[in-house]
Structures are given as C-alpha cells and as structure tokens.
Design a protein around this ligand. Sequence first.
Ligand code: LLP
Length: 444
Amino acid sequence: MTTEPDLLVRSLDSPAVWPASAVSAPGGDVSVAGVSLAELAERHGTPVYVLDETEVRARARAWRRALPDADVVYAAKAFLCRAVVDWVAEEGLGLDVCSAGELELAATRGFPPERIVLHGNAKSPRDLRTGLRLGVGRIVIDSDCEIARIAAQVPPTAPPQKVLVRVLPGIEAGAHPKVRTGTEGQKFGLSLAGGDAEDAVLRVLGQPRLSLAGLHCHLGSQIASTEPYARAVRTMVAFLARLRDRHGVTLPELDLGGGFAAAYLPGDTAPQPDAYGRRITAELARACAEFGYPAPRLTVEPGRAVAAPAGVALYRVLAVKRTGERVFVAVDGGMSDNPRPALYGARYTVRMVGRATAAPMRTATVVGRHCEAGDVLAQDVELPQDVRPGDILAVPASGAYQVSMASGYNMTGRPPVVAVADGRSRLLLRRETFEDQRGRDVGL
Ligand code: LLP
C-alpha cells in the first residue's frame, strides 16, 4: 500500500472547517463520523450533502454552555428537516422560524411551541395564523402595521401573545452588505435613531392582547468578532433604560439575534461560543450596572455556527478544461444547491476524496453545471493536477444556507441530505426527482 501525503490533517489545522470527526482514510478517502465519504457518494449519487449529527449536537451544547442563563434558539433558516428539529429539541434549544412552513415542520415533531420565536419582516396571514394557533412563545414585531393585526388575531380566551420589538441599533457588522441588518437603509427592524422603535414599543404597550416581553436585534451574519455584540448589548440596554425612565416599563428580555461566524477557509477567524458568551455576559453586567437596569434574560439565535461546520457537500467531476490561464473543474452541482458564492462572493475550500494520487497540486476553479458564468462553487482552490471526470470533490463547511437555499434552477433536482453518526449513515432528505418536478406541473 502506498503512503500518501495527509492533506486533510493540514486542513484540520484550521479550526472547524471540517467536522471534528473527519479523518483521512485509505485510498485518498475521508471519513466523517466513521463513514467513508466516497462510499456515501457511491451509494446516494452526487451531489449529496452529509451532515454530522454529533457535530450539530456538540455545537448546540457548546452554545448552551457558553450562555447558561440565556435561551439559545437555533435559526431554522440555516437548515431544517425533521431530524434537526429533534436534535435541537433534545439539546434544549429553541427554534427561530420565519414561515408557516418552518413552523409546521417543527410542529410535526411536537417541538415545544413556547420555545419558538416567529420572525419575518413581512409575515403572511398564514404565518401569523399558524404561529398563533400553535402558540409560539414570541413573535418579533418588525413593522408598525403588524402590531394591530397580530393583536386582533389573539383569541380573547388566550393569554396575551408575548412579542419582542425588533430594533435597528445602527451597528454595522456582517461579512457582506447583503447580510448586514443592523444599520439603516435595509428592510429589517425599527430604527432606534429615528424614533420608530420607541413608537412601536408604545403602540404594543397600548394593545392589551399583546404582552411586550422585550427587545430584539439581529446585526447580520458571519460576524467574526465579538465586538459588535458588545456594542449591541450597550446600545440595547441604554434603550431599555430609556424606555423605563420615560415610560415606566422595565422589559425583562433581550434577544441579540444570531450572526456568529463559522470558518469556511483554513485560517478563517470564527470565535468559539464561549468567546462570544464571555464578551456578551461581561458587557451586559457592565451596561446594567451603569444604567441601574435589572439584567434582562438573554436570547441568542445562532444558525450558521451550529450547522455549517457539520456539513460536507460531495460532487462528482464532469469535465475539466483549461481556458486561457484558468483550469476549470466542472461538477454535477452548483448554484442550485449552493448559491452562496454567486450571492455573497463566499469562498470555500475543496478536497478530492476517494482516489489516492501523487500528482502535484495546481490552482483550479470549481464551477457548477448551470447555465451561468457566475455559477462558481470555489474559486482558486488547490486540486491535484490529474483531477479528472469521475473524481469526487468534497466541500466542507456546507451545513448552513446551502440546502435550505437550494433552488429548482435548470431542473437538476435538489440534493439529498444524509446524516452520519457513530459509523452509520441514514437518509434524511431524499433527492428531488423528475417525478417530484413533473408532479407540480399540473396545467397545460
Ligand atoms: N436571527 C435572525 C433574525 C436572522 O435573520 C438570522 C439570519 C439568524 C438569527 C441566524 O443568523 P446566523 O447565526 O445563521 O448567521 N443566507 C446568508 C445568511 C442570511 C442570514 C439571514 N438571517 C448566507 O448564506 O450567508
């Protein structure tokens, strides 16, 4: 048997790009949770997404440990299926949902509704009806016009619906303009500086069918520093104190949203939950002491930081070509299963799995199979020079905002998701077939 350079060990030097259970295996393979990635690609076909259950659970637990007095609410939009609903419930987290669909899926598993936070800048009548019917714990108010609408739908026999007001704290954070939500000029939240947040608070207080539990803010996504959270805590506690001083209300809850970074490339900064937790807790104590405000109960809503590092996407190479100076390696997935590079210029690392080679590495760009020049999965990555059609490529850090954002573009069919744990795999989501697509096409 030939010995080969252990490339994976090099990747694993950077924290959390791969699931902790990933190890290199004979024949150029990689196994995750004791399951061979090459075998999974064979068995399920490609593209296929692999999700390490233990990694998801460990990350969920790490958040609870980091903020033991807070509520940790998993952001379902990162990735949700029934198994994940169960994992989140069993690990003691809540669930952040933003549609009736996400809500109904959670309900199919009996997820405790009081642990659910319902979000949305434009909640549909069905979203609100479903949320109120199932008895969600919190509804986050994102605009003035929904206050009376929600209040009117709370059944007179039910207790007042707990709500939070989403505040725009005027803090710039997040990896890309399209995922920055803490500043003016984008669609979410009610402006603190402009007075809209205070107006909304007063309106909610005037609605007897609503109970104002506290305030919410969400700064953005892929925030790789603890600093913006410290600023958010200060800004929000100052606002809570001002509401108390002006209007005589002491609100007991503060939800700081999500946005905690995950590592995508070796060397990426992604603070661990306890680093965020320490900073937030320290700043909360400081701000509450300064403003003489009783410490509110905190909520955080991590999505990416729980799911992204647990996922690996597997593709098969369909074509390799050189165009000018560039080498393009085209695979059987692309922007329909991972729109993040096209949308946010997101970068990924890629590794060939399932074939040992001594060929030197060269720089290549991994592209998808869709009919757009922007369908690039991973720009300028190092791959063996002899990479060829039939080879399998693995893309780590693929557990969040990929399958959940997958589309029907070019009718290629959304990929399956396979869970791995303790040396075993099981199918969570099956591949979308032509029959699924044909079934929706009901008219001529
Ligand atoms: N809470 C609220 C209110 C949110 O809007 C979000 C994400 C989260 C929590 C969770 O954020 P996380 O911890 O996952 O960063 N599609 C983009 C990310 C969009 C995030 C939208 N809201 C991406 O792929 O980078």
